[in-house]
Ligand binder design. Structure first.
Ligand code: 13P
Ligand code: SF4
Length: 376
């Protein structure tokens, strides 16, 4: 195991190096470390970074890849913090006994967080659970956390009979939850929860929003909670929140026949008007499988839409919003950080390791494995 944690090389040395040289040096470390190194990249990463990933995917695919990683000693995660935490939990789950050797997970920039994940803190969720217990039987509520959340929230779900979901399996996960209990507490993304449950016949009246900052009962009356089927956490993605129903109407007017393709983190008004809604993986598949000449307006993070435009010149691809919607935290992973992390790793200096403590990992893996079992 690589244990040295203080960097041998300082990040500042990398800032003025050209992208071309950084790319060459990154590839040199990849060749040197071979199969021991696995670089995973989320679809929202910049082109210049994701080209160095061994494997890329949406959040679900990336968790499966980490869970199935066989020979590697290190996973370097080009994505955000909750993804690296999930990789650490799944790559090191108890049944994968590696004789005491952990797979060590590295996030090239520790500031690559997720503003949505930050909208639900474990203390807030525990308080909400206790408050819900004043009105409802919590034995009859399944807590469901979107994978975009801290490991402590996944552990909360593991401890309370709950489960994790991603944007690609939220419907299957909610079905699993409703087979078990009559209610769900869904956090932190209200839009994914609402958009998924609406398609299953749950009404907006049955989905009160829980505001963790409200004085009492998350800002709801007792009768609203008694009538609820899904209690939605008041959280959202600041990137997908920017897409609006007006943008859809505008494209439909200007480009008759255009297909609207959005991520389920977009608000309900946008999802309702879209032709297709799905994870980044589903968005990519939809474009790949479409015939030449198809016109799309796509509502998801800018770097992915720009890449699809470049990869599919035979189609006409537009960005759904007139303003730039990019994930500033995903963007923090740049070539300088990646090269810095990798060259330190190759010099036995493990920097920016993401390591979930044993107690949190023990409970979160239960909620994550439930998701993997439901999704298959
Ligand atoms: P997916 O790639 O799972 O669709 O998630 C999108 C996202 O917001 C990641 O943070
Ligand atoms: Fe979080 Fe939204 Fe960025 Fe995804 S796109 S990492 S949900 S802030």
């Amino acid at each position: 195991m690589t244990t040295v944690r203080s960097p041998k090389f300082e990040l500042s040395q990398y800032k003025s190096v050209s992208n071309e040289e950084l790319s060459t040096r990154i590839e040199a470390v990849r060749s040197q470390l071979g199969d021991q190194l696995l670089i995973l990249g989320h679809h929202y990463q910049q082109d210049e970074v994701i080209q160095h990933a061994d494997l890329r995917g949406d959040s679900y695919q990336l968790s499966k890849l980490a869970a199935e990683s066989e020979n590697c000693r290190w996973i370097v995660f080009c994505g955000v913090h909750f993804m690296a935490e999930t990789a650490d939990i799944l790559a090191n789950r108890p049944e994968r006994d590696r004789g005491g050797d952990r797979v060590q997970v590295v996030l090239p920039d520790m500031a690559a967080g997720c503003s949505m994940a930050d909208m639900a803190a474990i203390e807030q969720v525990e308080n909400a659970w206790a408050d819900l217990g004043d009105v409802l039987d919590t034995e009859d509520i399944t807590p469901v956390t979107y994978i975009n959340s801290a490991a402590s929230l996944k552990a909360f779900c593991g401890r309370h009979g709950g489960i994790v979901c991603t944007s690609s399996n939220a419907a299957a996960v909610l079905e699993w939850a409703f087979a078990r209990t009559s209610r769900v507490l869904f956090f932190p993304d209200q839009h994914l929860g609402r958009n998924t449950a609406l398609k299953m016949g749950v009404t907006n009246e049955q989905m009160p929003v829980w505001d963790p900052c409200a004085d009492e009962l998350g800002g709801n009356s007792e009768s609203q909670l008694l009538d609820s089927r899904v209690v939605l956490w008041k959280g959202h993605c600041s990137v997908h929140q920017m897409f609006q129903a007006d943008h859809v109407a505008d494209f439909r007017e200007r480009f008759p026949g255009i297909r609207i393709l959005v991520h389920p983190e977009c608000p309900q008004e946008v999802n309702d008007l879209a032709d297709i809604s799905g994870s980044t993986g589903k968005i990519i598949r939809a474009v790949r499988e479409a015939p030449a000449g198809t016109k799309w307006a796509i509502g998801t993070e800018l770097h992915l839409v720009n890449r699809l435009q470049k990869e599919h010149p035979e189609q006409e691809i537009h960005f759904l919003s007139p303003i730039v919607c990019m994930c500033a935290t995903m963007y923090r992973i740049d070539l300088a950080h990646l090269c810095w992390a990798l060259e330190n790793l190759a010099a036995d200096a493990l920097v920016n390791q993401i390591e979930v403590d044993d107690e949190t990992a023990k409970w979160s893996v239960i909620a994550l494995e439930r998701m993997l079992a439901v999704t298959g």
